[in-house]
Design a protein around this ligand. Structure first.
Ligand code: TRP
Length: 328
């Protein structure tokens, strides 16, 4: 029997290159080896976006189109919508009984987010418990996420094991975090992790003109004033992206050698990057457009995936309800 893989995203915007190298690529590779579930975590998105439900609902379909466009295949991956999985809400409540406020306050992921976002509503503070319920509800074995989520996975394991111990059963397996090699793609500003809110992202749906504009704005080498000056590759944002995305490694090595020796203008590097990114993004963009024109298909994928997810979670919840709920 295949092991269970669960992962997810908050639908707060269209996906970008950072999502691709940090998780999507990995999911496409893993989806055939595992029984795969991908959760569109709209309920989690509302913990800090409750003032804009229309936007979140719109982004659910955007994220779904991004998934399918990069090669997540509904024949292998069930894509589930969290708000339609009531079992996860119930499990969140039972796991909250086992979570202390201190445990959350000292959770490094949450601590950073609370400082950055300056919000402290209860649902946000307890979102790691809801995420633990997502993972344990599916009884997932493998959870591929960015390295910044590792404290949440630790909490999940702690809660799963406490539950097993307290109710004397072996319900929840120990989960294994699968941290992507490149979970922090730098943004086009060259300083911060790529993120929509920092305005430093290249989106999978960007037009060629948007890609060009973003690459032309990138910082290369401030010491490279004349073409014949030697260029530097350290802190050179264009070179950083070429290293990750240029499939012609040999050609790139030659280009970089020439740049370092002097005699190559920054624009040559930028033009190569535009070419590389366009070759990468254009098939995704085309597929995405085709999918966006067919919202009925997108909704049917989500419905089928959510039904499959609910089957899985309800198996867990039958056992959990048997512990807590008086039969009527
Ligand atoms: N917190 C994750 C993110 O921000 C999204 C998420 C919600 C998730 N539930 C999950 C990830 C369960 C893995 C497993 O991207």
């Amino acid at each position: 029997m295949k092991k269970i893989l669960l992962t997810g995203d908050r639908p707060t915007g269209a996906l970008h290159l950072g999502h691709y190298v940090g998780s999507l690529q990995n999911r496409v590779e893993m989806q055939t080896q595992f029984e795969t579930y991908i959760l569109i975590a709209d309920i989690q998105a509302y913990t800090d976006n409750h003032h804009q439900p229309e936007l979140i609902k719109k982004h659910i379909l955007e994220v779904l189109a991004d998934y399918l466009a990069v090669g997540i295949d509904p024949a292998h991956s069930s894509i589930c919508l969290q708000s339609h999985m009531k079992g996860l809400f119930e499990l969140t409540q039972y796991l909250s009984n086992l979570t202390s406020f201190d445990q959350l306050k000292h959770n490094p992921t949450l601590k950073i987010e609370l400082e950055q976002k300056k919000i402290n509503n209860l649902s946000f503070i307890s979102y790691p418990v809801s995420q633990a319920a997502d993972i344990l509800g599916f009884r997932a074995n493998c959870v591929p996420v960015g390295a910044d989520q590792s404290p949440i996975l630790e909490l999940t394991n702690r809660l799963g094991q406490s539950f097993n111990k307290q109710y004397k059963m072996d319900l929840f397996p120990k989960i294994k975090g699968e941290y992507s090699v490149c979970s922090r793609l730098m943004g086009i500003d060259g300083h911060n992790k790529m993120s929509k809110s920092l305005n430093n992202a290249i989106f999978l749906k960007d037009s060629i003109d948007e890609v060009k504009k973003k690459v032309l704005k990138m910082y290369t080498d401030p010491l490279h004033l004349k073409v014949e000056d030697p260029g530097h590759l350290e802190n050179n944002v264009v070179a950083y992206y070429l290293d990750i995305f240029d499939p012609d490694k040999q050609g790139l090595a030659q280009l970089k050698d020439k740049y370092v020796a002097g005699g190559i203008a920054d624009i040559v590097l930028k033009n190569r990057l535009i070419e590389v990114l366009e070759a990468f993004i254009s098939p995704i963009r085309d597929k995405r457009l085709q999918l966006s024109n067919n919202p009925d298909y997108l909704l049917s994928v989500l419905k089928t995936g959510t039904d499959a997810g609910n089957n899985k979670v309800e198996d867990t919840m039958k056992i959990v309800r048997n512990i807590f709920c008086l039969k009527l």
